[in-house]
Write a protein that binds this ligand. Structure first.
Ligand code: BES
Ligand code: MN
Ligand code: ZN
Length: 490
């Protein structure tokens, strides 16, 4: 897995700051107040930091912005990076500043001299998240990145505040690695192996093979993978950090390791992007890792359906009728609408086995959601307003875009089939909504449910605040926050 930037914590040592040869970062407020460490660095530099905040240019500096003072006199450092943050800064502002710091440092050793455990932790988190680089297949990749040293008056407090955030970063890195990995490397088997390794973290991991899935009757899932040489699998990951009798939150992920479209073959242009069609499963895996790493006091079960959608002599044909695990029959009109066929069986299994307190599925499900919401927001569909609002709040707190979309009987009617219980597509209008309606047919009325269509946000072509171009890890922060705010015992 891609390593996190190494971060160490130490007590403030003025001589170490003066002698540090990389870069030194300090914090000031938009009003021009210097933090304790900033005052110390100001003294070392004979007033350089103060002169900067007194200058006309400082008035234009915004919260979360970083300004570089190059080659300051009185210090060995090649630059002092001045971070502008209000006292009551938002989480996003501090993370943005951290990301900017990471960019400014250009691989040089960074010493962050700052106080306030929460703020230091958020800055470090932003830096680490933005530092991610998928170099697994670059033969000229440099061996190791230089680290970051945090110097604070109470380093233990800063370290304790950073620990859960670094757990989230680690989970996000796992998601990004899985999503960035090409399909010849990340086969269904390799995916399941990487998930099995997480048992080291205290997760209970089970891998259900094709025989087991056949016995359970997961025919709609199996029909997607039957054209591929890679065997279909369902992986169940349980984190039991809560009360013994507390029903778990279930996270269900679409794990199509490659989506050619099957017999309803996709056009060649852009087909290479379909390596990311396991993005939902990637977010479920990364979230489970983050929860285990920070030992969340909640019960959460993650389930992923791992398949490859390939054309072949024994692939599913358009027109085939398949019986789902629930017992409902599906007429497969288009083999490229495969995600819903995978999810419906895994969702049914999740409810039958775990009777979850809530169920959230994540999937790179439709191109239509990209037409509707672009790359800024995931589509959110739900049968439960309270549950949905809790998720939207969590996503907003973490700065992850999420926008609620409608469900309704008229959309569901578009799935009627002449010969089976339903078709797997509803036509072009409202394609993301009819996909969600299909899924809802496999949600028990008593299960609070959210469907997240992440086709637009799982992987992007240009960098975002906290991620370079490619896989974003969208959703790990929001789901972790949902668990922390609503499911943990304390
Ligand atoms: N994996 C795709 C959706 C997708 C498209 C994800 C673009 C990421 C980027 C999904 O399996 C699919 O092919 N959906 C079809 C559905 C259609 C056949 C009803 C689509 O969106 O065109
Ligand atoms: Mn498809
Ligand atoms: Zn797909």
């Amino acid at each position: 897995m891609t390593d996190l930037t190494p971060v160490s914590f130490a007590a403030t040592d003025i001589d170490a700051i003066a002698g540090h040869e990389g870069r030194v970062a300090v914090v000031v407020t938009p009003e021009g107040k210097l933090e304790l460490s900033a005052r110390r660095v100001n003294r070392l530099t004979k007033g350089a930091v103060q002169r900067f905040v007194d200058s006309d240019g400082f008035a234009k500096v915004k919260a979360g912005q970083v300004t570089t003072l190059a080659w300051p006199a009185g210090m060995a450092a090649q630059a002092v990076d001045v971070i502008c943050l209000p006292r009551n800064h938002s989480v996003e502002e501090a993370r943005k500043a951290g990301a900017a710091l990471g960019k400014a440092r250009g691989g040089k050793a960074l010493l962050l001299a700052a106080d306030g455990a929460r703020r230091v932790a958020e800055i470090v988190f932003g830096l680490v998240m933005r530092d991610y680089d998928f170099a697994a297949h670059k033969t000229d990749a440099e061996a190791s990145e230089t680290g970051v040293t945090v110097m604070a008056s109470k380093p233990d407090e800063a370290e304790a505040a950073a620990a859960p955030l670094l757990a989230i970063a680690e989970g996000t890195f796992m998601t990004r690695d899985l999503v960035n990995e090409p399909a010849n490397v990340l086969t269904t088997t390799e995916f399941a192996d990487r998930l099995s390794e997480m048992s080291e973290l205290g997760l209970e991991v089970e891998v259900l093979d094709e025989d087991a899935l056949e016995k359970l009757g997961m025919r709609t899932l199996l029909c997607v993978g039957q054209g591929s040489d890679s065997p279909s699998k369902v992986v169940v990951m349980q984190w039991k950090g809560g009360a013994d009798d507390a029903a778990p939150l279930a996270l269900v992920g679409k794990g199509v390791v490659f989506d050619t479209g099957g017999i309803s073959l996709k056009p060649a242009g852009g087909m290479e992007d379909m390596t990311m069609d396991m993005g939902g499963a990637g977010v479920v895996a990364g979230t489970m890792r983050a929860l285990a790493r920070r030992k969340a006091k909640a019960n959460v079960v993650g389930l992923v359906g791992l398949v490859e959608n390939m054309p072949s002599g024994n692939a599913t044909r358009p027109g085939d009728v398949i019986t789902s695990m629930k017992g409902d029959t599906v007429e497969v009109i288009n083999t490229d609408a495969e995600g819903r066929l995978v999810l419906c069986d895994v969702m049914w299994y999740a409810q039958e086995r775990f009777a979850p307190a809530g169920m959230i599925d994540l999937a790179t499900l439709t191109g239509a959601i990209i037409i509707g919401l672009g790359h800024e927001n995931a589509g959110v569909f739900s049968n439960d307003d309270g549950f949905c609002d809790a998720f939207l709040k969590a996503a907003s707190k973490e700065g992850e875009g999420a926008w609620r979309m409608p469900l309704g009987q008229a959309y569901d009617d578009l799935l009627k089939s002449r010969i089976a219980d339903m078709k797997n597509i509803g036509g072009r209008p409202a394609g993301s909504v009819t996909a969600a309606q299909f899924l809802q047919r496999f949600v028990k009325p008593e299960t609070p449910w959210i469907h997240l269509d992440i086709a637009g946000v799982a992987s992007v072509k240009s960098a975002t605040t906290l991620a370079p171009a490619g896989a974003t890890g969208w959703g790990v922060m929001a789901l972790n926050r949902l668990v922390a705010d609503g499911y943990e015992t304390d």
